[in-house]
Design a binder for this molecule. Structure first.
Ligand code: ADP
Ligand code: MG
Length: 272
């Protein structure tokens, strides 16, 4: 029996991969959609296949990217929870969606760099891949119209995006995430060059806490194979270096998030 809609009219089945439409959409961004969650204070985060770069001047749909990022973000957030780094992840709902705690996002991209690449190489004339003296935390204002400009702690406090206490907590969270991610990636032969996270506020009555939100995936990290230097992150798309899905699948496979064989298992062969 097909599902019945209102008035006995057969409901049209959702298109394959299409987000369910009866939920209320709260926000649609470049890579994800937020829907109201089943309980107050929760959202469903839907990972799209859309890829954008250079402030959305370059766009494409990359089949399977959303599924991979949903699984990978789950993997990293779960690991962070296990080592006591608070974050928004509650549980995965399906291949493309996860339940998260609703936060009030601090309008900053918090970037941690271990090696020079991208804008810091350009700005300071550093060779891509050169080691930095120590992990460097920097901030960009989340504002597409302005191209996410870099901002200083002075700006952040003057415009009241975050307080000095918030910034201390943000740096501490960012460095813990960096140590965790760098270690996990090192274990599978990948160098964590840099990454960005977003941080949000949650309230327990009057008590406010900062937690890691948004996503952690190859969309938000620079990942290089330690042996070959091969790029395994969104730079593959930015710089037309090959298949983005292949790169992200390789990351997922190494982390054990995807089965080593994505082709169906062959039947066991009986010997004798
Ligand atoms: N736990 C959360 N609570 C509220 N908002 C969140 C949470 N996690 C991420 N967000 C916000 O949801 C949006 C995710 O969609 P995305 O496609 O990345 O948007 P954008 O194009 O703005 O980067 C971002 O604006 C991000 O700040
Ligand atoms: Mg985003």
């Amino acid at each position: 029996m097909p599902p019945r809609g209102f008035g006995g009219v057969p409901a049209r089945p959702p298109e394959p991969g299409a987000p369910m439409s009866r939920r209320k959409k709260v926000y649609e961004g470049k890579a994800k959609i937020l829907y109201e969650g089943p309980e107050p204070g929760t959202f469903i985060q839907y990972f799209k296949d859309d890829a954008t770069a250079f402030n959305a001047q370059k766009k494409a749909t990359i089949e399977g990217k959303g599924v991979l990022n949903n699984r990978l973000s789950e993997f990293f957030m779960t690991g962070l929870t296990a080592i006591g780094v608070p974050n928004h992840f509650i549980r995965r709902v399906n291949m493309r969606e996860q339940l998260i705690r609703q936060v009030e996002i601090i309008p900053l991209e918090v970037i941690v760099r271990n090696f020079a690449a991208g804008s810091i190489s350009k700005r300071l004339g550093l060779e891509e891949g050169s080691a930095l003296p120590r992990p460097i935390v920097e901030y960009s204002l989340k504002n597409d119209a302005l191209g996410d400009p870099m901002v200083s702690e002075e700006y952040i406090m003057a415009f009241n995006w975050a307080s000095q206490q918030d910034l201390d907590d943000i740096v501490s969270l960012a460095l813990r995430v960096n140590d965790f991610l760098a270690g996990v990636f090192y274990g599978v032969g990948i160098k964590l060059v840099d990454f960005k996270i977003e941080i949000g506020r949650i309230w327990d009555g009057d008590f406010m806490r900062l937690i890691v939100a948004d996503e952690i995936s190859p969309d938000s990290c620079r990942l290089w194979d330690i042996k070959t230097g091969q790029k395994l992150d969104k730079d593959v798309f930015r710089r037309d270096l090959g298949s983005l899905t292949d790169a992200y699948s390789e990351v997922a496979r190494r982390l054990g998030v995807l089965p080593t064989q994505s082709t169906p298992m062959t039947k066991p062969t009986l010997i004798n």
